[in-house]
Design a binder for this molecule. Structure first.
Ligand code: PLP
Length: 413
């Protein structure tokens, strides 16, 4: 019997799952939001956890930014078009999405640079006598690299741990822990409230990387007493390739936030050209140099897609979508070809599904050729579900095409 014949019974499940997908899409309160994005009907885009899709109104807004604000107003735009205050203004647009009151988030630089600012500033806030920085051992690599360098510069030692072990490991030597809210490979959601509380009980600070959670689920930065946080804006916030990242500094720490990169735009009087540094107050302290205005204003425009959307509704749909995708994978894909690495429990799941697959390097390019765009990590097929523009029919189609591609890809290739 050929591989294809063996697949036939599993794909019988398709008609009922397709009907179920249509029912779920018809009942989806967020379904209308897809029309706000530049997407084509032939592609199932499951890579919004890497690069969010383009909100359809952004090109016209950027034409104005470039043609009028830059082209006609030129330098006047720093004031008249609000360029100078964009980092903190856009920070306040992101704030409700991550559960922060205004005045605590500043946008700018990359996530990597903000990790550096946050780790060094947290080590300084923790004070003398605490010589350990705990890091999530499975972290996205840049956080680990930067934390290691920051630790060398500040005289700390790095202790890499499973995030689940951080609460028990935090002690009197711990200055801070740097943890990813969601694991970039498995999609596992780490315990932000519990880990933050345990760090505080030990007298240490909690620094969270929100790259894979902001815009996908409620974060509750203020509610859970997080000290510092960073995140990117090109994933679920759809800011565009290389759009600037952000830094959250809880209000209670702002007066003592001592930036390791005290650039002139974080000075209390930046145009006074004072040879000595005096930090501005508030989130502005996290700024460094001249903001990257074009990327920043593309992000500001992109954030309009959140008007009228609650993060709770996004989370409910994200869980329903990932549940449904996993159900379709179980129904269609022959046993043993893929193994989900994403937790089943809702409380432990982000908005992506990772499938371990021995044939991943052959499978993902073929999926993309057939219009199902996910991404490839070592031994892993990774699919991101962005609730603002991915539907249940997309999830069903992705699983069905995956089964078809696997049927045509002999195991162990
Ligand atoms: C968890 C996490 N941290 C950091 C980064 C990268 O940061 P940067 O914006 O500096 O490239 C990524 C990129 O995907 C990420 O997933």
């Amino acid at each position: 019997m050929s591989d294809l014949q063996q697949e036939a019974p599993r794909l019988d499940a398709a008609s009922s799952l397709r009907e179920e997908a249509l029912r779920l899409d018809a009942a989806d309160p967020l379904a209308g939001h897809r029309a706000r994005f530049a997407l084509d009907d032939d592609t199932v885009y499951l890579d919004g956890n890497s690069l969010g899709a383009l909100p359809a109104h952004v090109p016209a807004r950027m034409a104005d930014v470039i043609g009028r604000q830059w082209g006609e107003l030129r330098i006047r735009s720093w004031d008249e078009s609000g360029w100078w205050t964009a980092p903190e203004r856009i920070g306040d647009r992101i704030a409700p999405l991550v559960g922060a009151a205004p005045g605590q988030i500043v946008v700018g630089d990359s996530t990597s640079v903000n990790v550096f600012k946050a780790v060094v500033a947290a080590a300084r806030l923790a004070g003398e006598g605490r010589d350990e920085i705990l890091v999530d051992g499975s972290t996205f690599p840049t956080d680990g690299y930067i934390a290691e360098s920051a630790a060398r510069m500040t005289g700390h030692r790095i202790v890499a741990l499973d995030p689940a072990d951080i609460p028990a490991a935090a002690g009197e030597r711990t200055a801070l822990a740097l943890v990813n809210h969601i694991d970039y490979l498995s999609g596992r959601l780490h315990d932000l409230p519990g880990t933050t509380a345990a760090l505080h009980a030990a007298g240490a600070l909690a620094v969270w990387d929100l790259c894979h959670s902001a815009g996908a689920l409620p974060v509750g930065l203020d509610e859970h007493g997080v000290d510092l946080a960073v995140g990117c804006t090109y994933k679920y916030l759809n800011g565009g390739p290389g759009s600037p990242a952000y830094l959250y500094v809880a209000e209670r720490h702002q007066d003592r936030f001592d930036s390791p990169l005290p650039g002139w735009t974080s000075h209390a009087d930046p145009f006074g050209m004072d040879p000595g540094y005096r930090a501005a107050s508030g989130a502005v302290r996290g700024r460094v140099g001249t903001p990257d205005i074009l990327s920043m204003l593309a992000l500001e425009a992109a954030l309009d897609v959140w008007d009228g959307v609650t993060i709770e509704a996004v989370r409910a749909k994200s869980l329903a979508l990932t549940d449904f995708f996993l159900e379709c994978v179980r129904a269609y894909v022959p046993e043993g070809r893929v193994t989900p690495v994403t937790p089943e429990a809702h409380g432990e799941r982000g908005s992506q599904v990772g499938l371990r697959c021995a044939d991943a390097p052959a499978v993902m390019p073929e999926l993309i050729r057939r219009g199902v765009v996910g991404d490839l990590r070592p031994g892993l097929l990774r699919f991101g579900f962005t609730p603002l523009y991915v539907g249940f029919a997309d999830a069903e189609k992705a699983a069905r095409v995956l089964a078809e591609v696997l049927a045509g890809t002999p195991a162990g290739r």
